[in-house]
Design a protein. Structure first.
Length: 504
């Protein structure tokens, strides 16, 4: 009852006219910030942080949190419509969202993304409301060995349950891991894989540059070639009946949505994990529980719903360690944390006691922001569909310019723009050879996280790998990972035995 009373007081704060207006403006602005390649929630919140000094601290954090929520929704828009990830959190949405758009099902993909985001956001806020202190303790129980085991599980779902050629999948993962290692060594600081001593490689390869190159430039080249001069991007249509039909079709992805919501929230509460790994892992889990795993990457609605549910759930989850422990769960919450300090608020366990009005006002605003975000998103679907009705002679240059802007924005270095073109051409050639791109993207996202957790674990254990099997949580996750890694071999042996039996 205490929680319900506190939440009710929070709604009284969140529904004040100024706060309600800031929620609506925040989610709308965030929607378009998320849809712009290269911007994303981090840049959006950072750019608009100074404007919040005109309002009280509670209103300020409500506004910035609404932008964060809206950006999570908006990231799916350019991923589905143009094949260019609006942010790193929406890359997994591109895998199936773009094929759906090319089939003329963009409205269904956008609706599924909006509904999944709403469900993921709602579940995560409910978990936040009811279980904040115990979940914070669970997050603290996750050390480096558990985090590495979790990364292994993510790779295992792609290898063990993928419908793709296993050797090609492994090759794609290894390429991604190699690219993720470019830059300065995390412990010694020594440069590694600095190709031809080019200075731009010292800061590493930005994940968003790789993703935009693969799914923006590479997809555009593939579309131009496959159309042979007669490009028709999509027979895009939208109507109330189609949107209602899309809502009904979303029922197919209920299991993936709930799995993505819980997984995304849990990954989100882990310090320094964030929404991008959560969305990638949710995609792998959705593929694992699907009855048609081979259809993933070709336009499966669950492949859109799962990562969208996960990245919205993770965005709420990442606020938990920020408020309860003073540890940011993602880059965006690190900026929010800085804002709280500037406003004179001290994050930590005492925040729920000393600043109850602030905390519960923020939590209540998340419910309202989630509702308005899904309504604004669905209302704008006709405008988004209009993009696909543009002639390709106009659309292609627009995609090209957005790719260049998206490649330049993260580091503001032309080196990354040239690198993006190289990745685009390489992705086009690999696609002609039927190599899957999703595992490479997964590897470059999770590679740095896996390396840090692996090396920290081995330092703690003085080089002994047994640390991953001596801790109960890590051992359980590693055991599941090994089972999934072994599945292709088991399937191969069974197939050979069946062939021999048939031959006899």
């Amino acid at each position: 009852m205490e929680i319900l009373d506190a939440l009710l007081q929070g709604f009284i704060v969140a529904l004040e006219p100024i706060n309600l207006l800031l929620v609506i403006v925040g989610v709308t602005v965030g929607l378009f910030i998320g849809a712009m390649p290269g911007l994303g929630s981090v840049n959006g919140v950072a750019i608009l942080l100074p404007t919040t000094f005109l309002v009280p601290p509670t209103s300020a954090i409500i506004f910035l949190a609404a932008i964060y929520y809206g950006a999570m929704y908006g990231g799916a828009i350019s991923s589905i419509m143009l094949g260019i990830p609006g942010a790193s959190t929406a890359v997994a949405t591109t895998f199936d969202g773009r094929p759906m758009a090319l089939r003329g099902e963009a409205d269904q993909a956008l609706t599924a993304a909006a509904v999944a985001s709403f469900v993921g956001g709602t579940i995560s806020v409910l978990l936040f409301t009811g279980f904040a202190p115990p979940l914070a303790e669970v997050a603290l129980a996750f050390g480096s060995p558990e985090e590495f085991a979790l990364m292994m599980l993510a790779f295992a779902t792609f290898i063990g349950l993928g419908g793709d050629d296993i050797p090609k999948t492994l090759f794609s993962i290894f390429i991604g891991l190699a690219l993720s290692a470019v830059g300065l060594d995390i412990i010694s600081g020594e440069p590694r894989l600095i190709f031809f001593d080019i200075q731009g490689f010292f800061h590493g390869i930005n994940f968003l540059v790789l993703a935009i190159g693969i799914y923006g430039i590479g997809e555009m080249l593939w579309t131009i070639e496959s159309s042979r001069g007669n490009v028709r991007v999509s027979k895009a249509m939208v109507s109330v009946d189609r949107i209602l039909g899309a809502l009904r079709r979303t029922k197919e992805a209920v299991g993936a949505i709930f799995a993505g919501s819980f997984l995304g929230y849990f990954v989100g509460i882990l310090p320094a994990a964030g929404a991008t790994p959560g969305s990638m892992m949710a995609y792998g889990v959705a593929k694992m529980i699907s009855k048609k795993p081979d259809s993933f990457g070709k336009g499966n609605i669950s492949g859109v719903a799962a990562p969208e549910a996960a990245n919205n759930a993770a965005s709420t989850g990442s606020m938990l360690p920020m408020l309860t422990l003073g540890i940011p769960g993602s880059p965006t919450t690190a900026i929010l944390l800085g804002g709280m300090v500037i406003w004179g608020l001290e994050p930590g366990p005492r925040l729920f006691v000393d600043q109850a009005e602030f905390v519960w006002g923020l939590i209540a605003s998340l419910y309202i922001a989630n509702l308005f975000a899904v309504l604004v998103n669905i209302a704008f679907i006709p405008a988004f569909i209009w993009v696909l009705k543009m002639p390709f002679t106009i659309l292609a240059p627009v995609i090209f310019i957005l790719c260049v802007v998206g490649g330049y924005a993260p580091t503001q270095n032309m080196h990354d723009v040239w690198l993006m073109f190289v990745f685009g051409i390489a992705a086009y050639l690999l696609r002609k050879l039927d190599y899957p791109m999703a595992p490479a993207v997964l590897a470059i996202v999770l590679g740095p996280l896996a390396e840090v957790s692996l090396r920290q674990s081995l330092l703690i254990a003085h080089g002994s790998p047994m640390i991953f099997f001596e801790r109960p949580i890590a051992a359980t996750i590693m055991a599941i990972s090994f089972v999934l890694f072994a599945l292709p071999l088991v399937k191969y042996i069974r197939a050979r035995l069946s062939d021999r039996a048939a031959g006899l």
